[in-house]
Design a protein around this ligand. Structure first.
Ligand code: TYD
Length: 223
């Protein structure tokens, strides 16, 4: 039986839980890595909550549809930033915090860094302004660890194959700015990030993630 409360001592989390975000450009392979980590944690007896932004709630699904599936130019950059922040605020209040408070491990596919990289850096709305907006929305909640799967714009385009949404349709220059936005965030707080080259083999990436997350778990809870 794992003592879930010891996450707090191990990693200074909210409640007894552990909050981990997966970030990176489109086509980086975040969802796959989140799934692999989640399986490992679940096998070790942890309650794992997989979630995503945008769209981790009922309200979020409607916001996701509005912000991603309109025509090009259908959402202005500031409206786009506010919609992602609204999705995030609701997601944290109704899914993430309650799970952390009961001691779960929450794995989110994208979080606040995506807004800083896409809206702050690539849309040029300002790193600090976008970060402040999201921090207000989530009442200051940051992940104990952010796994950044670093992908170049060309790699991302090849890996995601068919174009899916309004953001993915943006130019390589836009995606280069997204990438730089993520790397700048990681450089500011190296202790809270694990930056990996997304082009490395799947299992190699998964092992690196496990090694880092293992250090955040109560000792002896997973081998
Ligand atoms: P994602 O769900 O990862 O894409 P998919 O599942 O369709 O592959 O992300 C959707 C898009 O939204 C992605 O292009 C990144 C963008 N996005 C932002 O621009 N800002 C944000 O704050 C978030 C969370 C996502």
């Amino acid at each position: 039986m794992i003592d879930q409360t010891s996450f707090q001592a191990a990693s200074r989390g909210v409640g007894g839980g552990l909050f981990i975000a997966f970030e990176g450009g489109d086509g980086a392979g975040k969802s796959t890595q989140a799934q692999l980590l989640g399986q490992w944690l679940a096998e070790g007896g942890h309650e794992v909550v997989h979630t995503r932004e945008p769209g981790g709630t009922i309200l979020g699904k409607a916001l996701r549809e509005l912000v991603l599936h309109g025509e090009d130019g259908s959402v202005t950059p500031r409206a786009e930033a506010l919609i992602f922040a609204a999705d995030r605020g609701h997601h944290v209040a109704t899914v993430v915090r309650p799970a952390l408070e009961r001691g779960a491990v929450v794995l989110t596919d994208r979080y606040l860094d995506s807004s800083v990289a896409y809206q702050g850096a690539a849309r040029d709305l300002g790193h600090e302004e976008i970060r402040t907006l999201s921090m207000w929305a989530v009442q200051g909640l940051l992940p104990q660890l952010t796994v950044l799967l670093d992908v170049t714009s060309q790699q991302g385009r090849t890996r995601r194959g068919e174009v899916h949404d309004r953001l993915e349709r943006e130019t390589d220059t836009f995606h280069d700015r997204v990438r730089q936005g993520f790397l700048d965030l990681a450089a500011r707080e190296p202790d809270r990030y694990l930056v990996l080259d997304a082009s490395a083999p799947l299992e190699e990436l998964a092992a690196a993630v496990r090694a880092r997350v293992g250090g955040l778990l109560p000792s002896g809870s997973l081998s």
